[in-house]
Design a protein around this ligand. Structure first.
Ligand SMILES: [Zn+2]
Ligand SMILES: [Zn+2]
Length: 368
């Protein structure tokens, strides 16, 4: 079947909108007509070529659309149904069996290899195979072929353009607070970085009932946005030692810290703001694969710190995404406040505007 996709032929080149052929879905797969897709930081990491992805490549992993066809054995969704796409998992390993698919033992192969386990893709053009299994979806395209496991049904009235980023960025930020750190009502929260994930962590802190939420963010406009979304204080890291500034507000220290910056200096400083039994969640991916944190061991032992790596907010999409959809419907996840919608064919401009800080979360909308 013919469709269009934003294809990346080489690392760090502009995306080009081209015609591609999509195969019919195989057993266990779902063909989705994509109507909206968010752009997430991880797309740009893979676009840089740093992860060794096979080019030509279709990225995109916050897809939302309508099911067009299902492969043999698929029972979770049916043609005509609106769906959200999310990260993929195997459904067979011990992590998946215990409801912890974000730490699936096959996570890297299923989400980052960009092809199926047998090396095949589901998209082709005149030059041959186009890699189209990024996060089990590659949704910068008119169509995506996902596995049954990484689609979640939406209510008929769902607004696909609003909800698309729930599948990665939003569930990561909200989940980091609610599921990974399990922030308690009355505890406090410090968030590093006011991108879409960090702002979602602020919203997660409000939902958890955190008593005080502090944002640390260098850009003035984003600090303001964090305050409007529920942060009680917003600190500019350029104005001095961030741990000292946090302790001026929270003399006992921070119970929960979520880093979305991936900045080693900022994370090191955050170690100095933890309260006894404080937990630091690492969400932001640093620019280098061998980035490392100098951990002062004696304070970590003395005060019982927890340092926790977090992927996808420890989400189990089949249960957590419906919770987030309900929270959005109840007005508790106003993600439209930091989302900007672009037509799909303006993908390169949208990426430039997100790099320049002009917008926070970019969502590409495709024609019906
Ligand atoms: Zn698994
Ligand atoms: Zn993502």
């Amino acid at each position: 079947m013919q469709g269009t996709a934003a294809i990346l032929r080489e690392p760090n080149q502009p995306f080009s909108i081209e015609t591609v052929q999509f195969d019919p879905p195989r057993a266990g797969e779902v063909l989705i007509r994509i109507r909206a897709v968010g752009i997430c930081h991880t797309d740009m990491v893979f676009a840089s070529g740093a992860m060794g992805s096979p080019f030509p490549l279709i990225l995109g992993h916050e897809g939302a659309g309508v099911v067009e066809a299902v492969g043999e054995g698929v029972t979770k969704v049916r043609p005509g149904q609106k769906v959200l796409l999310t990260f993929n998992s195997c459904g067979r390993c011990s992590q998946c069996h215990s409801g912890d698919p974000a730490y699936c033992q096959e996570f890297v192969a299923l989400n980052f290899a960009c092809v199926r386990a047998d090396g095949s893709s589901c998209a082709h053009d005149d030059t041959g195979q186009v890699s189209a299994r990024f996060f089990g979806q590659s949704s910068f395209a008119s169509h995506a072929i996902a596995d049954e496991r990484n689609v979640v049904a939406l209510p008929d009235e769902a607004d696909l353009a609003s909800l698309a980023p729930l599948g990665c960025g939003i569930q990561t930020g909200v989940g980091a607070v609610l599921r990974s750190l399990k922030a308690q009502a009355g505890s406090n929260l410090v968030v590093l970085g006011a991108g879409a994930v960090g702002l979602s962590a602020v919203l997660g802190g409000k939902i958890a009932g955190c008593s005080k939420i502090i944002m640390i963010e260098p850009q003035e406009a984003r600090r303001q946005l964090a305050l409007e979304l529920g942060a009680d204080h917003a600190i500019d890291p350029a104005t001095g030692d961030t741990a000292e500034q946090v302790r001026a507000i929270l003399p006992q220290g921070a119970n929960n810290v979520v880093d979305t910056s991936g900045n080693v200096g900022a994370i090191s400083a955050a170690l100095g703001m933890l309260a006894p039994h404080g937990a630091l969640g690492l969400v932001g991916v640093p620019g280098s694969l061998d980035a490392a944190l100098p951990l002062p061991i004696v304070p970590a032992i003395t005060y019982g710190y927890t340092i926790k790596g977090i992927i996808e907010g420890d989400s189990d999409p089949d249960t957590f995404l419906p919770e987030l959809i309900a929270l959005h419907a109840a007005g508790k996840l106003p993600i439209e406040r930091f989302s900007t919608i672009y037509p799909f064919d303006q993908i390169n401009q949208a990426i430039a505007d997100s790099h320049s800080g002009k917008c926070v979360k970019v969502i590409l909308e495709l024609p019906a």
